[in-house]
Design a protein around this ligand. Structure first.
Ligand SMILES: C[S@@+](CC[C@H](N)C(=O)[O-])C[C@H]1O[C@@H](n2cnc3c(N)ncnc32)[C@H](O)[C@@H]1O
Length: 225
């Protein structure tokens, strides 16, 4: 992606400006000056979902899956392409991101491959941390990708997701036997240690990136007894 980015739209959000840019045939989302996501790859965002469902085993059939962060919609597309989940809830805090999928000519909709119209899908406009603290819903799998990783969050408040208190919130909404999957652009030994101290089974999946000599993306998996 060497092309010069072209600004398509920007909107004010609760955490500053959110911009949608085109770069050649691709799109990218920038929030408050921080790169969030682009449409150039998406492999690890899809693995996030399939690995979580696979870890559920037979429990994946009819499972309630929560996706944290809509982004360009690759994770949602993967979930909707899979017959196993019975319900797919997506929590996204930026109204602009939801609008780019659902309003007008919805420039990002095609990357979600029609998943918004899947009857199993619900998009919730909320902050993920607030949602985890307050929802009365219970989930079989959480597939969380709201930051560049536990050690590289897009806003300071998101740090709390990866702390002991954040893990308490996740465990509160996970059904017994449920699975937590967390995306990261790099290994996070401290986060992995926190997962190991409280979950029965841990998996660490590396997904190669398209960038030459780039470090692989990482998906942390943690299963609840
Ligand atoms: C890296 S993108 C998600 C990529 C997504 N997995 C995909 O396939 O395109 C991160 C998304 O999380 C959202 N986000 C960031 N912090 C959030 C929070 N605290 N609660 C909910 N959504 C958040 C961002 O606005 C952005 O849309």
């Amino acid at each position: 992606m060497n092309e010069t980015p072209v600004l398509l739209e920007r909107r004010e959000g609760p955490y500053g400006e959110v911009a949608l840019r085109a770069r050649g045939a691709d799109f990218e989302i920038i929030a408050n000056g921080c790169f969030l996501m682009d449409t150039s790859d998406g492999q690890s965002e899809r693995v996030l979902v399939t690995a979580a469902l696979d870890a559920l085993g037979d429990g994946a059939h009819g499972a309630h899956l929560l996706i944290g962060g809509l982004g360009v919609g690759f994770s949602l597309a993967q979930a909707a392409a899979d017959p196993r989940p019975g319900r797919i809830s997506v929590v996204e805090r930026e109204a602009a991101v939801i609008a780019w999928h659902t309003e007008g000519d919805a420039p990002l909709a095609r990357f979600a491959e029609g998943a918004h119209r899947d009857p199993r899908t619900t998009i919730v406009h909320d902050d993920l941390l607030d949602h985890l603290a307050s929802t009365t819903e219970r989930y079989d799998a959480l597939a969380l990708d709201i930051d560049n990783g536990p050690d590289w969050t897009v806003t300071q408040g998101n740090d709390g997701l990866y702390s002991e208190a954040g893990l308490d919130r996740m465990e509160r909404v996970l059904n017994p036997g449920g699975v937590l999957a967390v995306w990261s652009a790099a290994h996070s030994p401290a986060f992995e240690a926190r997962l190991r101290s409280r979950f029965a089974r841990i998996g660490v999946v590396e997904v190669p990136v398209k960038v030459e000599r780039g470090a692989p993306d990482v998906v942390y998996l943690a299963s609840r007894l």
